[in-house]
Write a protein that binds this ligand. Structure first.
Ligand code: 6PG
Length: 240
């Protein structure tokens, strides 16, 4: 694993860097493999990045969009990560609907929908049981409790090693989430983190020793590149 940490003076600079990094990985992936497989983060931090992506002129037919996690709500619910990315970005570009791979949340049973998305990922990437798809880039954020995707502290989801998708749990609310091993098989993982609320969690995530069950983002050690893009208020405690 190669780890990179970059701290920026403000959100604008952070998002600009995030955009340049995504575009660089996108171009390299399409050049060498003909497609770019990208998993999106939810939450607020990535919204300006998705906005910026919507203004780019790109070979959309070669770009495949997934989500690293999803709230267990209908796709038109205000909390839906799929709805957020479609409204801010995907509906504004010529991305074929067949290139958009949301986590279905309509079975009324999160485990059933987790299994369904797992099967969809295995089919898309052509991987069988025991193998893990290799995403070109997985975008992640962190919560102020140190969670990432929907891998929340001290939850069962943190221990799942033999699945691609599992059921997360946020204060009793079910979520669907990529598992730690799926994320760690990625060619590139990019954390986008801003705001002083994330400062203390980041300190623990970067500390030489800390409980991974308490700070799940510590579990993210991808086989490829790990990028931490921080604004100064989030990264103020990180030794460089
Ligand atoms: C989600 C995200 C989640 C998010 C963090 C940070 O579904 O909410 O996947 O992991 O990245 O909670 O959220 P903010 O960017 O809103 O602080």
């Amino acid at each position: 694993m190669q780890k990179f940490v970059e701290i920026f003076p403000d959100r604008t600079a952070l998002i600009e860097r995030g955009l340049s990094l995504v575009l660089a990985k996108l171009q390299a992936a399409i050049q060498s493999r003909g497609q770019f497989t990208l998993a999106l983060a939810g939450g607020n931090t990535p919204k300006p990045l998705y906005e910026a992506m919507s203004t780019q002129s790109l070979p959309w037919e070669n770009i495949q969009i997934f989500w690293g996690d999803e709230r267990y709500v209908p796709p038109d619910h205000p909390d839906s990560n799929q709805r957020m990315a479609r409204q801010i970005w995907l509906e504004k570009v010529d991305l074929p609907e067949s290139n958009i791979h949301p986590m279905f949340t309509g079975a009324g049973n999160p485990q059933v929908d987790a299994d369904r998305h797992e099967a969809e990922l295995r089919q898309f990437f052509g991987v069988s049981d025991g193998e893990f798809p290799i995403f070109d880039l997985i975008l992640l954020g962190i919560g102020d409790d140190g969670h990432t995707a929907s891998l929340f502290p001290h939850t069962e989801a943190l221990r799942v090693k033999d699945r691609l998708v599992t059921v997360g749990n946020k204060d009793g609310q079910p979520r669907l989430t990529f598992t730690v091993p799926l994320i760690n098989h990625a060619r590139c993982v990019v954390f986008l983190v801003e705001g002083e609320k994330k400062c203390s969690a980041l300190k623990q995530i970067f500390a030489p020793e800390a409980d991974e069950m308490n700070y799940p983002a510590r579990l993210i050690q991808p086989q490829g590149e790990l990028w931490w893009l921080l604004d100064r208020s989030a990264g103020s405690e990180i030794e460089r």
